[in-house]
Structure formats: structure tokens, C-alpha cells
Design a protein around this ligand. Structure first.
Ligand SMILES: Nc1ncnc2c1ncn2[C@@H]1O[C@H](COP(=O)(O)OP(=O)(O)OP(=O)(O)O)[C@@H](O)[C@H]1O
Length: 484
């Protein structure tokens, strides 16, 4: 393949990612203007970048989405490689001993500095979004957008989060981020908090896990003793903020009076255009034992779903963590881990931490052999997850309020056929059962019936926007119950 062909794919990939708003203008001017297409080899594109810093950042942040897009466009798996191109001597001498002119050069050229590597130093400062002196006491400083790898699974929630940082209380208010265990809800919520704290230093931000909110509320009632001081202090604390971040609101399920309190807090803040962000392990429509009016408040704003990351994103996340821990670990090993750990990001991190600790303690390099031996048990856990047809039928039947006997029966009323088709679709998606095997477990149906059902549900997900989250949630429930 000639370099010209890859050259075209490279520029087209960037163009499309911009059009799809996956890359913002700011990101392009910050990272892409300082990187140049250099050449191609058989399966790779070589880009020239000004420093190792750039190389690592581009790898962490964008390799996965770029490689995926180029694969989509060219049909060939291409990996991105980087050449560090030194600054030219003239450019260096122009600025090295004269700080003032240097700033001037940057200002003059920053709007269209497609090949100006002099910005690197300034941009490294910009990249360090969390300024140590201005760290918010409740938020983890590592939980920033810069450390949050973007993939197809989380690009919408991440872009929404960035928009909130730019305009708190305006466009996406309230914002509810939902998704399964360990998929990055807290990280994203705190990144929003950290971003606002940096960009709008005067805003009062409160982050609170739902459980702490509940406990504080119970304590406040206990100390009130008729004078109202405990509860009024509580109200003051949460109703006089500019940004309220409440983590894991599913913990409010069944807690009637705390829900009531949250409802009033919500209204007070919402009415005065204060930003509200919540996280939850499921869509609000599926919060049982939850006040309808509070649920409808959550649904009023933007609800975004964090999905499990795909393979490329898992590799990028591992790379990010390895770089931030300054650990050298080959791409082969990272790919091997990403292939075998598909549960969630927390599990990926735990596996990497285990490898690093081992290598550190015994003073060994992390080789493929070390990875295979040390992570044997970690890998076995998810792989042994045994999802049966029976389990999926139970979860789906319970959700749609029909019986598993209905699903296997000859009944053809819509109340039964739709859940049956959903169950067949989920089994095809998450297990290796063939359509023949599936048909047999649904009252001896033919494999073509199963194929038809799967196609029908797939088509419906494109027209019915609530179906996909519902299916994802059912899949999550099946997986979380261990498949048994
Ligand atoms: N896109 C990402 N890029 C980099 N790291 C991530 C990403 N998503 C999650 N992580 C990391 O994975 C770990 C788990 O994330 P987090 O605690 O935010 O998940 P969660 O969805 O809130 O989990 P839980 O359901 O237990 O509340 C954190 O260390 C976080 O930094």
C-alpha cells in the first residue's frame, strides 16, 4: 500500500471525527496542529510529533479512536507510530533566552500554528488542568478529563461533561450519568467537578456520595430536637451551592424521607440555575421504590449511558495507566490483558496494579510470561462466567413481567413475543449458543425464527432510542448475577 493512500485515510479520519464532534476544535488545535503525517509502511502510519510527551498523550487519548476510524475507512488495521522530530535550531534560538518574545510568538501563531512546535511548553501547562494549589478538597486530583480515555462507549457522556464545564447550569442541567459497576461514572463526575473548579474558581462545588448524604440527613434529623437547627444546617449546606454532584443515587432506593429531602434540594438548585450532576447504576426509569416526582426530575435533563469499553479502548486505558505510573510494558502484553479482561475498567486497573507490584517486588521486567502467570486467576474469573439460556430467560421474563413458560410457549400475543425476541437477541449477543440451540430452548423453534427475532430487535434499536439502554441493562443484570 502506498503512503499516499494512507495519507488520504489519515486526513479523512480527522475530518470525520471533527464532524462527528468526537474531536473538538480545542483538542485539534492543542494536539493535532503539532503533529504531522510523515509516511506509511505496510500496516502503519508514521506521524511526527515534537516530543515524547506528545507521543504519549496522543497514544493515550486518541490512538484507539483514530485507529478504529482508519480501519472503518480503509478496511485495513493500521497502527499509529510516532517519530520524534526535534525542534529546528533556528526556532529554538529565537525563543530560548527571551521569555517575552516567546509568548509573543505563540500568541501570534496560535490561531493557525499547524507546524509550530514551540507551543509545546505552553500546552504542557494547559494540559495540566488541575493546578495543585487549587485542588478541590472533595475531588480526587487524578479524576480529570485528561486522564479519561475516550472511546465509542463514553464519547457522548464525556462531551456532555466538557460542555457542562464550559457552561455550568445552562445546557445540560440536570445531567445523569448511568452505567454498570466500575465503568467510570465517578471519574467522569469528578472530572466535571475538577474542570468547573479550575475554570470557574468562584463557584461553590459540593461532591457527595448518596450514602453520605443519607447518613448526614439522618444525623441532622437526630440533632434537630424540635429547634430545626440540624436540618436547617443540612439544607444550607446543600441548597447554597453552585454545583451539586451526587454519586450513586441508586443508594436512595427505598429511603423515602431522604428522597423527599433530595427532591427539595433539587428544586431549590434547579430553579436558581445551579448545575446538578448525578450518577446511577441504571437508567432512572428502572429505579424501583423511587418517588415518581424525583425520577421525573432526573429524566428532565440529559441522561447519558456509559457502556463497557471495547477492545481498543481497553488497550488505550491500560496504556494510559502504564504511562502515568511510568511503567514500561509492551503493547502485546497490554493487548493480551485487554482481550482477557472484559468486565470493567476497575478490573483492568487491578490487573495492571498486580503486575506492577509483582515486577517491583521481585525486581523483574514485565514479560508476557510474567503476565500470563501472574494474571492466570484474574483471567479465569470472567471467562468462567457461565451464562445459560435459562438465566437470560429468567431475567428477561421477570423484567417484562411474564413467565419463562410463556417465553417457551406457542403464545403469539405481543406481550409475549416481544420479550421472547429480546431474550433471543440477548442470548445471541452474549453467549456462543447457535441459533439452533437457542430455538430448541424456546419451545423447539426453528433457527430461522431466532435469526428473524435477532434482526427485528436490532432494527428496532435504531428507531427506538430507549430499547438499547433497556437491553444493555438486562445484559448487565445477567452478567452481574454471575450467569447463575
Ligand atoms: N475512560 C476511562 N479512562 C481512564 N480510566 C478510567 C476510565 N473509566 C474509568 N476509569 C478508571 O476506572 C476506575 C473505576 O472508575 P469509577 O470509580 O469512576 O467507576 P464507577 O462507574 O463510578 O464505579 P461504581 O459503579 O463502583 O461506582 C477508576 O480508577 C477510574 O479512574
Amino acid at each position: 500500500m502506498s503512503s499516499i493512500e494512507y495519507d488520504i485515510f489519515w486526513y479523512e479520519a480527522i475530518k470525520q471525527l471533527r464532524e462527528e464532534n468526537i474531536l473538538s476544535d480545542q483538542e485539534c488545535s492543542m494536539w493535532f496542529n503539532n503533529m504531522k503525517y510523515s509516511s506509511s509502511s505496510e500496516n502503519s502510519i508514521i506521524l511526527s510529533v515534537p516530543s515524547n510527551f506528545y507521543k504519549d498523550q496522543i497514544k493515550i487519548r486518541y490512538s484507539a479512536i483514530l485507529e478504529k476510524k482508519i480501519l472503518e475507512l480503509s478496511g485495513t488495521p493500521i497502527n499509529l507510530q510516532f517519530d520524534i522530530v526535534q525542534k529546528s535550531n533556528t526556532a529554538t534560538t529565537k525563543t530560548v533566552n527571551s521569555p517575552k518574545p516567546k509568548v509573543k510568538v505563540i500568541e501570534e501563531e496560535s490561531s493557525e500554528s499547524s507546524d509550530d512546535y514551540e507551543e509545546e511548553e505552553v500546552q504542557e501547562k494547559e494540559y495540566k488542568v488541575v493546578d495543585e494549589d487549587r485542588q478541590h478538597h472533595q475531588l480526587k486530583k487524578e479524576y480529570t478529563f485528561e486522564n479519561y480515555v475516550i472511546g465509542d462507549n463514553n464519547s457522548l457522556p464525556t462531551n456532555a461533561g466538557k460542555a457542562i464545564v464550559n457552561n455550568p447550569g445552562k445546557d445540560y442541567n440536570p445531567c445523569l450519568i448511568y452505567g454498570g459497576v466500575g465503568l467510570g461514572k465517578t471519574h467522569l463526575m469528578q472530572a466535571i467537578g475538577n474542570g468547573i473548579h479550575q475554570k470557574h474558581p468562584d463557584m461553590k462545588i459540593v461532591y457527595i456520595p448518596a450514602e453520605t448524604f443519607i447518613n448526614e440527613f439522618i444525623d441532622a434529623i437526630g440533632t434537630t430536637k424540635g429547634k430545626g437547627t440540624g436540618t436547617s444546617q443540612f439544607k444550607n449546606k446543600y441548597r447554597k451551592v453552585d454545583v451539586l454532584l451526587v454519586d450513586d443515587i441508586h443508594d436512595f432506593v427505598g429511603k423515602k424521607s431522604t428522597q423527599e429531602e433530595l427532591f427539595h434540594t433539587f428544586n431549590a438548585l434547579y430553579d436558581s440555575n445551579k448545575q446538578l450532576v448525578f450518577t446511577c447504576d441504571r437508567p432512572p426509569s428502572e429505579l424501583k421504590d423511587f418517588s415518581d416526582r424525583l425520577r421525573s426530575r432526573f429524566e428532565r435533563g440529559l441522561n447519558v449511558d456509559l457502556l463497557p469499553p471495547d477492545f481498543e479502548t481497553r488497550v488505550a486505558i491500560l496504556r494510559n495507566k502504564a504511562v502515568s505510573k511510568k511503567i514500561e510494558i509492551s503493547d502485546d502484553i497490554l493487548s493480551y490483558m485487554a482481550k482477557n479482561i472484559t468486565t470493567n475498567i476497575r478490573d483492568l486497573e487491578a490487573a495492571l496494579t498486580k503486575l506492577i507490584a509483582y515486577a517491583d517486588l521481585v525486581g523483574k521486567k514485565i514479560t508476557m510470561e510474567v503476565a500470563k502467570t501472574q494474571l492466570k486467576h484474574v483471567f479465569q474469573k470472567p471467562l468462567q462466567l457461565n451464562i445459560t439460556i435459562d438465566k437470560v430467560q429468567k431475567v428477561v421474563a421477570e423484567y417484562f413481567n411474564v413467565t419463562t413458560i410463556d417465553l417457551k410457549s406457542k403464545k403469539r400475543t405481543k406481550v409475549v413475543t416481544f420479550p421472547r425476541q429480546v431474550a433471543m437477541y440477548i442470548i445471541r449477543e452474549i453467549t456462543d449458543f447457535s441459533t439452533t440451540e437457542i430455538g430448541l430452548e424456546f419451545g423447539g423453534r426453528d433457527h430461522t425464527t431466532v435469526m428473524h427475532a435477532c434482526q427485528k430487535i436490532e432494527d428496532m434499536t435504531t428507531t427506538n432510542s430507549t430499547l438499547e439502554p433497556t437491553i444493555n441493562n438486562l445484559i448487565r443484570t445477567v452478567k452481574e448475577s454471575g450467569g447463575n
